[in-house]
Write a protein that binds this ligand. Structure first.
Ligand SMILES: [Zn+2]
Length: 316
C-alpha cells in the first residue's frame, strides 16, 4: 500500500491566501483585490494533532462551550491555536481534517496558469477517480519533466508540499486527493465549468493548451503537429482558443480511429481494439512559429523536435 498523499490542512491558513499561491495569476479582469495581511503562513500542526484537536472540538461543542472557550481549551491541551472560523466549520460539519477539502469549494479556487495547465493535462493524459471518499487526480506518463511539472502545479494550486512522482515500471506517476479539484475535473469534463479558469487571460489559455498538447499532441519529424482526443468538443474548444488568443490556425477535428478499430501498440507489440472514437486537429504549417512562441511543450523531446524543425527550415 502506498502512503496516502499529505492531506489537507484546512483551517490553519487563510483559504483565500492559499489559493493565491506561487501560481496565482494576477492578470485578467476577474481578479479582485483581496486583503493580503492575513496570508502569512502560520505554524501548521501535524495531521495527527489536528485530528485529535478536531475530536476534542466536537466533544467540547456538544458540551455547549463557546468558540472562544473551545479555542482556549485546545490551546491549553495541545499548545496550538485554531482559529474560531475553523472550529465553527468543524462543528457545523462543513469541513474536517479528514475530508480532503483544503480549498473547500470551487468558488475559492482562483484562476492561475498552474490551474489552467492542470486542467489541460487532465483533459488529456490525466485521470480522475473516486474511491469511497477519496477523490483522486492523477497522471501517469513516461516523460519525467512532464509529470514533475504536474506535481508542482498541483502543489501550488492546493498550497501543499511539493509532490514528487513515483516510478512505476517505465512511467512516472503522481496522484493527489482533492474533492474540490475532482469536482472541477471529473470526466467527462464540463467545458462550461473550466472556462472561467482557462479563459482568464492569454497566459492561462496558453498554459491550458500546453497541458493538452503535452498530453496528446504529437510532433512529426517533418514538423507537423497533431492533437488527438476522444472528446470532439475538447478539440473544438482547443481550436477556438488557439485562434482567438494566438491567431494559430488549425484544421479538423477529423475522425482518426473508429471505435473497435484494431490497433498495434508499439510498446507491448500487442494488438488491441480501440474502445472509443478518436479525433484530431492539425496545426497549419504557417502557424507553427506562433505555436512555438506562444505555447510550446513542457515535454523536452516534443519541444526539441518542433525547435529542430523550425531552425532547419529557417522559421526561427
Ligand atoms: Zn490568467
Amino acid at each position: 500500500m502506498r502512503e496516502p498523499v499529505e492531506g489537507p490542512r484546512e483551517g490553519f491558513q487563510e483559504v483565500k491566501g492559499m489559493a493565491q499561491g506561487p501560481g496565482f495569476c494576477p492578470e485578467g479582469e476577474e481578479v479582485k483585490k483581496t486583503d493580503n495581511t492575513k496570508t502569512k503562513r502560520k505554524e501548521i500542526p501535524p495531521r495527527e494533532l489536528r485530528i485529535k484537536a478536531y475530536n476534542d472540538v466536537l466533544k467540547l461543542g456538544k458540551r455547549g462551550l463557546s468558540l472562544t472557550k473551545i479555542r482556549e481549551e485546545i490551546h491549553r491541551k495541545y499548545g496550538v491555536w485554531i482559529d474560531t472560523t475553523t472550529i465553527s466549520r468543524w462543528l457545523r460539519g462543513v469541513s474536517s481534517p479528514y475530508n480532503g477539502r483544503w480549498i473547500p469549494s470551487l468558488e475559492l479556487l482562483e484562476p492561475s496558469e498552474d490551474l489552467a495547465n492542470v486542467i489541460g493535462v487532465v483533459l488529456g493524459d490525466g485521470y480522475t477517480r473516486e474511491k469511497g471518499d477519496r477523490c483522486v487526480i492523477g497522471l501517469k506518463a513516461k516523460d519525467k519533466e512532464f509529470v514533475e511539472k504536474f506535481g508542482r502545479c498541483l502543489a501550488n494550486i492546493l498550497g501543499r508540499k511539493p509532490i514528487r512522482p513515483r516510478k512505476e515500471a517505465r512511467r512516472y506517476v503522481i496522484e493527489i486527493t482533492s474533492k474540490t479539484l475532482y469536482e472541477l475535473l471529473k470526466k467527462p469534463v464540463d467545458l462550461k465549468r473550466i472556462r472561467r479558469y482557462v479563459e482568464h487571460c492569454p497566459k492561462c489559455a496558453a498554459a491550458f493548451l500546453r497541458g493538452l498538447f503535452d498530453s496528446e499532441g504529437h510532433v512529426q519529424k517533418a514538423g507537423y503537429i497533431y492533437l488527438h482526443n476522444t472528446n470532439y468538443e475538447v478539440l473544438v474548444y482547443a481550436q477556438r482558443l488557439l485562434w482567438r488568443y494566438f491567431g494559430i490556425e488549425s484544421t479538423g477535428p477529423w475522425p482518426h480511429k473508429q471505435k473497435g478499430t484494431t490497433m498495434h501498440d508499439p510498446r507491448t507489440g500487442k494488438q488491441y481494439k480501440t474502445n472509443e472514437d478518436c479525433y484530431y486537429l492539425y496545426i497549419r504549417a504557417e502557424s507553427l512559429p506562433k505555436f512555438y512562441r506562444n505555447i510550446g511543450f513542457t515535454i523536452s523531446r516534443k519541444q526539441k523536435r518542433l525547435e529542430d524543425y523550425l531552425r532547419r527550415t529557417g522559421k526561427i
